[in-house]
Structure formats: structure tokens, C-alpha cells
Design a protein around this ligand. Structure first.
Ligand code: HEC
Length: 192
């Protein structure tokens, strides 16, 4: 009996499988790194799911200039969270900072958002980081960034966030989901 798939074709298929397995995960909304473990700036985060905005939130008594913080998560991770109340490995978050203003066009009271003031990125990636979660800062023209030292971002998120490292206590549509699955840390609601 003749084999239906020529041997040469099988070799090509095998090589393609090996190459695919070795190449980095390029699915949209997954962290991408340079060779040196630097995170590439997420470019299409404005197409992700919007979680919430903070206005002038400050974690110390003295407030700086008031800014909006807009938080985004990729849709694939958001959908996983709705099913389990947990964040899957390779979840990323962007917190985009924007200046707030009240004077412009027909506006008389209240605030709206203007220029970008930079962004923070949080990644859950167990294979890249022994502490699972890593934190980065980007300006408009930063292409890649190294993880920040653990003492800054990581520690506050570890200590005060309601679901793993994520401040679900401030995201009104996710809070009931986490409570339903029992992954919500009630203690995070208290002033600590
Ligand atoms: C003193 C506490 C504290 C520190 C330090 C801190 N954060 Fe946060 N972070 C928060 C809080 C509170 C929120 C909730 C939402 C907001 O501010 O809009 C948040 C939200 C975020 C989010 C959105 C996803 C989430 O986890 O809820 C990202 C991304 C983020 N921070 C990145 C960073 C980066 C990068 C640094 C370090 C440069 C940092 N954070 C330092 C308290 C902190």
C-alpha cells in the first residue's frame, strides 16, 4: 500500500511544528519581550476591555496634579476572569494616565481627559518572572522597558489589591464576579 503523504511533506510539517513551538507567543494581547526580557510597549491596548477610570486617585495624603487613570485588560483574559474569578497566566493590564481639564469648548463644569501622561503596565507571567507579577513604565516614545524593582509597584499591589495583584475593588463590573467565585480578598476594602 502506498503512503498517502509523501515523506518530504511530513518533514516540512514536522519542521514547521518545531519552529512554531519555539517562536514567541504573538497572539494579540499577550506580553512580547525583546531578547533581554524587556517588555515591548503594548500598542493596541485601546482595543482591549475598559475596566474603569480613576480621577485624581492618590495613595498618599498629598495629592499631585489631578489625572485620569484608565485601566484596560485584553478581552481573552477578561473572558477567562468572568468564568473563574482568576487572572490567567500572561494577563496584561495597562493603566493609561491622562491629564484632566475642565476648560474647553462648551464645557462649564466637570472634567474631561486630554493629553497622555504616560502609562504603567502590569504582567502576570510565571515563566518570565519568579514573582509572577511584573511592572513597567512607558512614555509615548518608549519602545521597550525593563521590569521595575520589586520594592515600588510590586509591593503595594501584593499588599493592597483585592484579587491577586489586581485592584478589583475599584472595578465595578469585576467586583461582583470575584465575590461570586470567592477570589475576592475582603480585607483589601479596609484602609491598611
Ligand atoms: C501605593 C500603591 C501603589 C503603587 C506603589 C503602585 N500602584 Fe498600581 N495601582 C494602585 C491602585 C490603587 C490601582 C487602582 C486603580 C487606579 O489607580 O486607577 C492601581 C492600578 C494599576 C494598574 C491597573 C491594573 C490593576 O492592577 O488594578 C496597573 C497596570 C498598575 N497599577 C501599574 C503600576 C505600576 C507600573 C506601578 C509602579 C510604577 C504601580 N502600579 C505602583 C496602587 C499602586
Amino acid at each position: 500500500m502506498r503512503c498517502l503523504i509523501p515523506a518530504s511533506l511530513m518533514v516540512v510539517a514536522l519542521a514547521a511544528t518545531i519552529l512554531l513551538a519555539a517562536s514567541p507567543d504573538t497572539t494579540p494581547g499577550r506580553p512580547q519581550y525583546t531578547g533581554g526580557n524587556q517588555l515591548l510597549r503594548p500598542t493596541s491596548y485601546r482595543e482591549w476591555i475598559f475596566l474603569s477610570s480613576g480621577l485624581g486617585m492618590s495613595y498618599s495624603a498629598q495629592a499631585g496634579h489631578e489625572m485620569f487613570t484608565n485601566v484596560f485588560v485584553p478581552q481573552w483574559a477578561y473572558l477567562e476572569f468572568l468564568k473563574s474569578g482568576k487572572w490567567p497566566d500572561k494577563t496584561m493590564f495597562v493603566v493609561e494616565e491622562r491629564a484632566a481639564t475642565s476648560k474647553g469648548s462648551i464645557n462649564k463644569v466637570g472634567h474631561y481627559q486630554t493629553d497622555s501622561m504616560g502609562m504603567g503596565v502590569e504582567v502576570k507571567d510565571e515563566t518570565h518572572f519568579p514573582e509572577k507579577w511584573a511592572y513597567f513604565n512607558f512614555d509615548e516614545d518608549t519602545k521597550s522597558a525593563s521590569a521595575n524593582p520589586k520594592a515600588g509597584c510590586w509591593s503595594c499591589h501584593e499588599q493592597h489589591a483585592a484579587v491577586e495583584h489586581v485592584f478589583v475593588q475599584f472595578y465595578p463590573t469585576l467586583k461582583p464576579v470575584a465575590k461570586k467565585f470567592g477570589t475576592y480578598r475582603e480585607a483589601a476594602e479596609n484602609v491598611q
